[in-house]
Every structure is written in C-alpha cells, then in structure tokens.
Design a protein around this ligand. Structure first.
Ligand SMILES: O=C(O)CCCC[C@@H]1SC[C@@H]2NC(=O)N[C@@H]21
Length: 195
C-alpha cells in the first residue's frame, strides 16, 4: 500500500506566492478606489471585500501579507485610499484602526479557512469571514475611531451598525467565491492551507 507524502508545510514564499500577494494587494487597491460612501468620518467602502478574498484564498500568511503590501504602498504615499489619500496620516486618523484591523482580520480569516479545508462550504466561509473580516476588524476599528474623534458615547460606538449590512454582503461574496474556487480546485495548490 502506497501512502502519499504530507503536503509541504512552512516552505517559505516562492515566486508564485509573491505574484499572488501582489495580485491581491492590487485587487484591494482597486476595490479601495472603486467606491466610498461618505456617511460620516468612516466611509462605506469595498476594501474589506478585498481583504476577505485575499485571506480566504491565500491563507493566514499570504493573505495578511497582501494586506500589508497594500498598506505599505499607502504608507509610502500612493493615493490608494478613497479620496486619493495616502501617506502616514491615515494610520493616525479616524480610520487607522480599521487599516490595522484588516491585517489581524485577514490572519484570523486565513487561519479559520485553512482549518475548514477541504470541507469548506459557503456557510462555513461566511462564518470565517464574519469572525475575521467583521468581528476582528471592528474590534480594532470602532474603539480607535471613538478615541480619535473624542466621541466615546455608546451611540458613537454602536455607529458601526451602519457598516454591517454591506460587510455581511461582502462576507457572503467572498465566501461564495472561495467555495467556488475550492470546489473547482479540490486538490489545494501546494501550500494553500498553511501558507
Ligand atoms: O479608507 C480608509 O481610510 C479606511 C476606511 C475603512 C472603512 C471601514 S472597513 C470596515 C467598515 N466597513 C465599511 O464599509 N467601512 C468601514
């Protein structure tokens, strides 16, 4: 009886990984610049859709690296945030907590998604994206906004509710895409579950 060798773990980043990280960083940038609904100090955007897709499809290492690559480009001054913002100022501003929360959120989505494979289904994906892409992101972003604006009232803290419908829709889209990809490619490309 022949046994197949276990998939390689912790094999480091190969050129294909770098290309995927760059591709998803670019996707986040495109989504970041595509739509911004200025409903208050923090806009409704499509950015978290990019974060969720990157994390769901690339896993807990490459997903956050794609987000970090995007944030690095913003930090060096590229105008990739809505309104053509870039540089270091956004990180200290009212949305700075969301920017940082994306990295932690992507890690959690990637980790949970990797644990679901190969039994990943839409509803499990929705849960992964909701926990990481909404729960973790808000956990950092909401109090950060409150502190920066100086409004720590309950009403201000509960203001995140306005983002929920859109972010749940984004989590559903990311989960549907990931479920489709994982169904089409049932044998994970080397490293997808762990890298
Ligand atoms: O462009 C920025 O400076 C970051 C904006 C952050 C928007 C946050 S991300 C989570 C929540 N969902 C949205 O649609 N908007 C907020």
């Amino acid at each position: 009886m022949s046994t197949s060798p276990p998939p390689p773990r912790n094999r480091g980043l190969v050129p294909r990984d770098i290309a995927l990280i760059a591709l998803f960083a670019a996707l986040i940038a495109v989504l970041s610049m595509t739509l911004a609904v200025p409903i208050g100090p923090v806009p409704i955007t499509l950015q978290t859709l990019g974060v969720m897709l990157a994390a769901s499809l690339l896993g807990p290492t490459r997903g956050p690296l794609a987000v970090l690559t995007f944030l690095l480009l913003v930090a060096v001054g590229l105008p990739l945030l809505p309104g053509g913002r870039g540089g270091l100022a956004p990180f200290a501003g009212v949305t700075g907590g969301y920017l940082i929360g994306w990295v932690a959120g992507a890690f959690v989505i990637g980790l949970l998604t990797a644990r679901m494979l190969p039994r990943y289904r839409f509803w499990w994906g929705l849960l992964c994206n909701a926990v990481g892409g909404i729960g973790v992101v808000y956990l950092v972003g909401v109090p950060w906004s409150a502190v920066v604006t100086g409004d720590t009232s309950l009403a201000a803290l509960l203001g995140f509710a306005v983002f929920l419908p859109g972010d749940i829709a984004k989590a559903a889209i990311a989960s549907a895409v990931a479920a489709g990809v994982f169904r089409a490619y049932p044998v994970p490309p080397a490293g997808r579950p762990t890298a």
